[in-house]
Design a protein around this ligand. Sequence first.
Ligand SMILES: [Zn+2]
Length: 328
Amino acid sequence: MRGETEEMDETQFLELSKKMNKFPLLRYEELPDYMKDNEYILNYYRAEWSLKHAFISLFLCHNETLNVWTHFIGFLAFLLLTIANVTHFYLVADFLQVSKWAFSSNHPLNNTRQMISSYMDTTPPPIEVTRWPLFVYLGGSMFCFVSSSLCHLFSCHSHHLNCRLTQLDYTGIAVMIISSFFPSIYYIFQCNPLWQFVYLGIITVLGILAIGVLLSPTRMSGKYRFIRTLIFVLMGLFGVIPTIHATILNWNAPQRNAALGFESAMGFFYLVGAMFYVSRVPEKWKPGWFDLVGQSHQIFHVFVVMGALAHYVSVLILYEYRSRVSCE
Ligand SMILES: [Zn+2]
């Protein structure tokens, strides 16, 4: 139960903000229909804001601020990983090695300098393995995160831009799903070019079809929403086939369990995130309490970033494996 005084204060604040500036924050019931999406978020909406003000609102407090920032930070994290991979600065890119050091029993706890120098002296992997599939994934993830941030920041501008940016947001998700298959399939099936070609071919065709549907001029109807969800589920489920195939193929490889472990972590993060996204918990329980911080969509974003990072580690394990074990 919210106190009457608190209710009064909130209303007064919003009324004042309306009087004071051209771009006030609105209540849910004041929104144009196309923006009414989550009835449990009651206040602090932006609507019909100019592009300039929408951009400035990146640094203001409204109910989309954390939605923008959670994925923008994800974008920055993947940008950093990309730079680290391009410059071969393994200390940052390969936090797998750092974790190996952290969990090893004989690490020089009392000599940080020794740790860093011994790390930097790590002999390069004996086999030169291409990193382009890794960059496909990093690029796909950055595209997804930046599309999502742009969508949350500028959707308040107009109905037209709202529709276009929503399409961009969903296209970003599809691109990230497709791109995440690339390094896994490429490295796992490196010694089986036929299967490598078949799986990468199927996921590319599925991806092009999915993006075609997502960019089609269909209105945001219930049917479209259903088709969109079905596409994402099918794309995710497709991953099961090469995973089972790869597990059988690499039954004796010690890296198999580690890679599978991180892939399971990724699956877990995405699943938990999706549950928050669909259920609209916790704002459903206490409408108005999570308008600014703690709403389901922000939690969903954080889980997506964690899932993407778990997949990155799994890909690093596969890359490392390919750098040490050649095809017979
Ligand atoms: Zn979002």
